[in-house]
Design a protein around this ligand. Structure first.
Ligand SMILES: [Zn+2]
Length: 85
């Protein structure tokens, strides 16, 4: 990341811990409290490469051993076209 938000050009950021949604081929993992630098204006989140690597490794571990998953959410999934109002 440079010192400028690539989306809005803002130069002011805050360090925060955020919820990260990891996606891979239709699989999702939600990881809470991931350190991020967040644009104060548009909210774009920037992550360290090693943190993303850790999350990728976690995903690979879960693929090998589903018993390592300690908490799961059940999430409703719907097609927008089914919402005929
Ligand atoms: Zn921004």
């Amino acid at each position: 990341m440079n010192n400028k938000c690539v989306f809005c050009g803002n130069i002011h950021f805050s360090k925060k811990k955020v919820q990260y949604l990891y996606r891979n081929n239709g699989d999702f993992i939600i990881i809470n409290d991931v350190p991020a630098v967040v644009c104060d204006y548009c909210g774009e989140q920037y992550f360290e490469g090693r943190d993303i690597e850790n999350i990728e490794n976690l995903y690979q571990e879960f693929k090998i051993d589903k018993n390592k998953i300690i908490r799961k959410l059940e999430i409703p999934v719907e097609e927008y076209s089914a919402l005929a109002y």
